[in-house]
Design a protein around this ligand. Structure first.
Ligand code: SAM
Length: 333
């Protein structure tokens, strides 16, 4: 199935493409957002994606918009390097996996399709199979609990560890089967849903990427530039909401990690557009089920300087007792 862009009218409305301006689409995918932006005004788009499989869509876009479109294959947390010092008038991020990634069994993202247990968007680094076969029981529990919000994380980890003692778990079907045995199949969702989500988030450092991208967007946006972010689950939305509210000066102290006496006096770097965010309308939700969990938040960059980095704001995103991806890679070498 081809990827249907989610909340595209709302994205255009928030970004408001204007002639001669330059926008950064950090999640090119099948190019749905980029194409709509390029069609909405005589503007330029710099697009990024970490997945080399989007290159055929990139070629098509290059042919259609040879002068106004540029692509860089990289993580969106690297957007500052990708724009090489240029100030940008709008940044858009459409977080998560694309339909193309989910639909290709060989990418290993879906418990509905047989394939290797991979899930790497960039194709590099440790895979989901490395996680389930090499990480300690306690680390698996933390990943499933925090990134999958799986209430029965321990039971899932118990079953996985027991299964891998017999043979390595190397396919999506094998893992989905183990999770079905652990959790039963009574609920509305497939029992593997949350653990697959957790593995994907961990393997691709999705929350860390999002957090660093918001900080980078703050630095590269020109005054009055727009930051527009579409997320698909509460973990991501919480990060975006907290970033915008902090930067708009709405959270007293600037950070809930700061003691009250350290009241922040940094001028707001964003004005919020709509405090509660925007969800898909009924028609879009019925036509594109993927849009049901989507939420768009956006902010207008002020003239104030970017805020100094405060590592404490990243707390809660990063797991405490789980090896980094670099450590996992060394463990599996
Ligand atoms: C939901 S799709 C975007 C679809 C796109 N808006 C469209 O209309 O076709 C998300 C895309 O972002 C990419 N992606 C996810 N995380 C990324 C990251 N950290 N850096 C760069 N690309 C990323 C994925 O590879 C995927 O192609």
């Amino acid at each position: 199935m081809s990827h249907i862009p989610v909340l595209i009218n709302e994205v255009l409305n928030a970004l408001s493409p204007t002639d001669a301006q330059t926008y950064l689409d950090g999640t090119f995918g099948a190019g749905g957002y980029t194409k709509s932006i390029l069609k909405a005004a005589n503007c330029n788009v710099i697009a990024l994606d970490r997945d080399p499989n989007v290159l055929p869509h990139v070629e098509k876009m290059r042919a259609d918009f040879p002068e106004r479109f540029k692509f860089v294959q990289t993580e969106f947390s690297n957007m500052e390097d990708a724009v090489s010092g240029q100030k940008i008038d709008g940044v858009v991020l459409d977080i998560g996996v694309s339909s193309m990634q989910l639909d290709q069994g060989e990418r290993g993202f879906s418990f509905m399709r047989e394939g290797p247990l991979d899930m790497r968007m960039s194709g590099a680094g440790p895979s989901a199979a490395d996680v389930v076969n090499h990480l300690e029981h306690s680390a698996l529990i933390e990943i499933f609990k925090v990134y999958g919000e799986e209430r029965r994380a321990r039971r899932c980890a118990d079953f996985i560890v027991r299964a891998r003692d017999i043979a390595p778990i190397i396919t999506t079907n094998a893992l989905a089967g183990i999770l079905s045995s652990a959790l039963g199949s009574g609920g509305k969702k497939h029992p593997a849903t949350r653990v697959f989500q957790a593995l994907r988030i961990y393997i691709n450092d999705e929350l860390g990427e999002l957090y660093r991208a918001l900080l980078a967007a703050e630095r590269i946006l020109a005054p009055d530039g727009r930051l527009v972010v579409v997320t698909f689950h509460s973990l991501e939305d919480r990060i975006v909401k907290s970033f915008f509210r902090t930067r708009a000066g709405e959270i007293v102290g600037g950070s809930r990690h700061l003691p009250p006496q350290e009241v922040n006096t940094t001028p707001p770097s964003f004005h919020l557009r709509k405090r509660s965010g925007v969800a898909a309308g009924k028609t879009e939700q019925s036509e594109n089920p993927r849009s049901r969990s989507a939420r768009l938040r956006s902010g207008l960059r002020t003239h104030a300087r970017s805020w100094p980095l405060d590592d404490r704001q990243g707390e809660g995103i990063f797991l405490k007792n789980v090896p980094s991806l670099e450590m996992l890679e060394r463990m599996c070498a």
